[in-house]
Ligand binder design. Structure first.
Ligand code: ADP
Ligand code: MG
Length: 282
């Protein structure tokens, strides 16, 4: 079953074992072109992410990693293939698909319903917190305004989430008072409170000072332990090896190597391309 995940490795005994192998995300023959370019930035990409698993995407700069996450999050239309969430088609390729201009958060693409938008959570390299809201305000805004949830209950959940990421004392702070690592943890809480079925992380530590990287990666490791389904783009190889259930190497818009054994992938990459990519990190 090339291009898919055998899911045979059930070691680790996570809480999600009962739901093992249920695909949360399926990407089928995805093709992405940006307007005014002929080249497909993503060319016939297929894979799936089972419930409770961590899918890590590696690849050189410009290989299409961010574009891949952005199409799954509904931030970019696709020109071919389809994307399914929990077995339901959420995005279908159309050669004429027009560019959507939107920012993440409250405003959504015209193609997806409001409910649909909250089902995929995403955290970016640059912490895009709203500067005119407190930490708590940043986290509670979407569930109250978009999901119409009761504000007291949302507030309590936000405070619990902040506790979990070590920011229990910062609920009333303004974003510009926080360090980069703290802001990224707030951004993670802001995505988590919408109870997404999958969380996408795009190089979330790339812009951080080294001493703040660890606190963010630690939160992600804990989320993985708790059985959250995640897709992670990272250049932190030690972290990738530790957290990945499944690992892929993206190059020039295609998956050039895949493994559900991260140790084997790092120690004995099969393709020359993967060997070359990994050797650039040592
Ligand atoms: P990565 O995240 O792996 O560095 P990207 O997904 O950002 O790669 O980019 C993949 C390719 O798509 C690059 O060649 C990049 O120049 C191009 N690209 C990215 N965003 C746009 C855009 N908005 N318009 C046109 N081309 C883009
Ligand atoms: Mg990128």
């Amino acid at each position: 079953t090339e291009g898919s995940w055998s899911g045979a490795d059930a070691a680790g005994g996570s809480a999600s074992e009962a739901a093992a192998d249920r695909p949360v995300l399926q990407v089928e023959h995805l093709v992405k072109r940006y307007p005014q370019t002929d080249r497909a930035v993503l060319d016939d990409v297929s894979f799936m992410v089972p419930a409770g698993k961590v899918f890590v995407v590696l690849g050189p700069s410009g290989s299409g990693k961010s574009t891949l996450l952005r199409t799954i999050a509904g931030l970019e239309p696709i020109q071919g293939g389809r994307i399914l969430l929990d077995g339901q088609v959420i995005e279908e390729g159309s050669p004429q698909a027009a560019r959507r201009v939107r920012s993440p958060g409250l405003a959504g693409p015209p193609g997806r319903s409001r409910d649909m938008r909250t089902r995929v959570g995403m955290v970016f390299q640059s912490y895009d917190l709203f500067p005119n809201r407190t930490v708590l305000g940043n986290i509670t805004m979407a569930p109250v305004l978009v999901q119409k949830r009761e504000s007291r209950e949302v507030r309590q959940e936000a405070l619990d989430l902040l506790d979990r990421v070590g920011l229990g004392d910062h609920a009333d702070d303004w974003p510009d008072r926080l360090s980069g690592g703290q802001r990224q943890r707030v951004a993670i809480c802001r995505a988590l409170i919408l109870h997404p079925e999958i969380m996408l992380f795009d190089e979330v530590t790339a812009a951080l000072d080294p001493e703040m990287v660890r606190e963010v990666l630690q939160v992600m490791l804990e989320l993985a332990d708790q059985g959250l389904t995640m897709m992670i783009v990272t250049h932190e190889m030690t972290f990738a090896r530790a957290i990945a259930d499944h690992i892929v190497l993206l190059d020039e818009g295609g998956l050039v190597e895949e493994s559900d054994d991260p140790k084997a992938f790092f120690d004995h990459p099969r393709t020359e391309r993967a060997q070359r990519f990994l050797s650039s990190f040592t």
